[in-house]
Design a protein. Structure first.
Length: 98
């Protein structure tokens, strides 16, 4: 199952698939996740691990919309260095069509 993709210095994850995988891995280690996906995304944002969020309106949305296969889809956007610390950060383009 694909949960995301990498483009340049950016890693984009499908939020539902990523959370399901996190739950599966945690359960296999007998350390179940006891928080909601929204709480996990908020904590990632608080720790400045999300490369981009959507700040429209007066609230933070932890996913950004990208065009994939002609459709707008929400993704969690990370700098590659979050997963690969030796990678250089170059300011990825997650959610920035153009």
């Amino acid at each position: 199952m694909r949960i995301g993709w990498a483009t340049g210095d950016t890693i984009s994850l499908d939020p539902d698939a990523a959370f399901a995988e996190v739950q599966r891995l945690a359960s296999n280690q007998r350390e179940p996740i006891t928080m909601s996906a929204q709480t996990l995304w908020r904590r990632l944002h608080e720790r400045k691990l999300l490369a981009r969020v959507d700040n429209r309106g007066n609230r933070v949305r932890y996913t950004v919309r990208v065009t994939l296969g002609g459709a707008q889809v929400p993704v969690l956007c990370f700098d590659r260095s979050v997963f690969f610390p030796s990678a250089q950060s170059g300011g990825g383009q997650c959610g920035q069509d153009g």
